[in-house]
Design a protein around this ligand. Structure first.
Ligand code: TRP
Length: 348
């Protein structure tokens, strides 16, 4: 069976963009059709200036929202990256396969490092090596497919390169993964700036609908979305990006088609009200389930504990194999005696 792995970084509250662009598909499709692992990648949240209590809170919240959005621990594995040592263990070995030039070429590193320096801050070394840790996340499990947005395809490419290079140098160890982009229609843009993605990390409120926004907050944000000059509702991403974004959100929430829907609404106002209600209705069951899960924190903890155990058992053999292949001496198992002493005396 195909193995799917994806990660959510707990650096901000999850948004409608995360839900329509990724999480919903994980729940509706991936967990049914594949062996699927969904990981709260908390180690990655430490690569930029962070508040420890907030990372902890967002990690728990992300796990709860993944379950609330329909991931079923009977069908897939939901876990927290730092609970499984194999990620960091493998990351180091992959650092010995990657080059510093490769790291410095990563677009996201260049952008984030430049932003950090502009602010007069320093850049954490882990920001540079982040893609190697991400490669370790993916390669540790023999992942075939990584469902991520286009901003992450360069990182998945790196994971592929490292897998191929490692296999060539040290013997076949890793499956070579591929990125599977989400459908175009589910690319949700910022309501105040339809040229940029509704990402969770940019944390500037009014253009971003968060999964836990109250219905009235959702309505307000959608009603205040920027639209375009002109009056007619037409679906044209280039000429009318604001209206196109609303049509796509509405289509994603109702199962319709953006160009057909454009014929249904006479004004921007009526399109916005319809979109607002559709978003409220889409989020309602997720929010209800989230509330139930929050009332039962022991359940979520149990899911994460079992998930980590399962993930560890899956990753361990591959990471052990990589350690052996690259030349690290295996630790003797307890009670194994002096079985592996035949190398002694050989001059290397
Ligand atoms: N880098 C991804 C992001 O910023 C998160 C991530 C970390 C990830 N490890 C991963 C995604 C492994 C997919 C697979 O969104």
């Amino acid at each position: 069976m195909t193995l799917v792995f994806s990660g959510v970084k707990p650096t901000g509250h999850l948004t409608l963009g995360n839900y329509l662009g990724a999480m919903r598909r994980w729940a509706d499709v991936d967990q049914h059709q594949a062996d699927a692992l969904f990981c709260i990648v908390d180690l990655h949240a430490l690569t930029v200036d962070h508040d420890p209590a907030r990372v902890r809170r967002l990690s728990r919240q992300a796990a709860t929202l993944l379950l609330a959005s329909g991931l079923d621990p009977e069908l897939c594995t939901v876990f927290v990256q730092s609970h499984v040592d194999e990620h960091a263990r493998l990351s180091y070995v992959l650092e010995c396969v990657a080059t510093d030039g490769e790291m410095r070429r990563m677009i996201q590193y260049k952008e984030k490092a430049a932003r950090e320096r502009e602010r007069g801050g320093s850049v954490r070394l882990s920001l540079l090596t982040y893609p190697v840790l991400m490669a370790a996340d993916i390669l540790a499990y023999g992942t075939d497919e990584v469902p991520v947005g286009d901003d992450q395809t360069q990182h998945v490419e790196l994971a592929r390169d490292l897998a191929v290079r490692f296999n060539q140098r040290y013997g076949h160890t890793f499956v070579v993964p591929r990125a599977t982009p989400p459908q175009v229609a589910a690319r949700v843009m910022n309501l105040q700036d339809p040229a940029s993605k509704m990402g969770k990390s940019d944390d500037s409120g009014p253009g971003i609908v968060y999964l836990l926004d109250e219905p009235d907050v959702v309505r307000k944000k959608v009603m205040r979305a920027v639209t375009d000059s002109g009056r007619e509702v037409v679906y044209d991403r280039a000429a009318q990006p604001g209206v196109a974004n609303l049509l796509e959100i509405l289509a994603a929430c109702t199962g319709g088609n953006p160009s057909e829907l454009s014929g249904v609404y006479e004004s921007y106002g009526s399109l916005k009200s319809a979109t607002a209600e559709a978003v409220v209705e889409t989020l309602r069951p997720v929010q209800e389930r989230h509330r139930e899960l929050c009332a039962d924190p022991g359940y979520v903890e149990g899911v994460l504990r079992d998930g980590a155990e399962r993930a560890r058992a899956m990753a361990r053999p591959t990471v052990d194999a990589a350690y052996r292949a690259i030349g690290l001496l295996p630790a003797a198992a307890a009670g194994a005696g002096a079985a592996a002493t035949s190398d002694i005396g050989v001059t290397v």
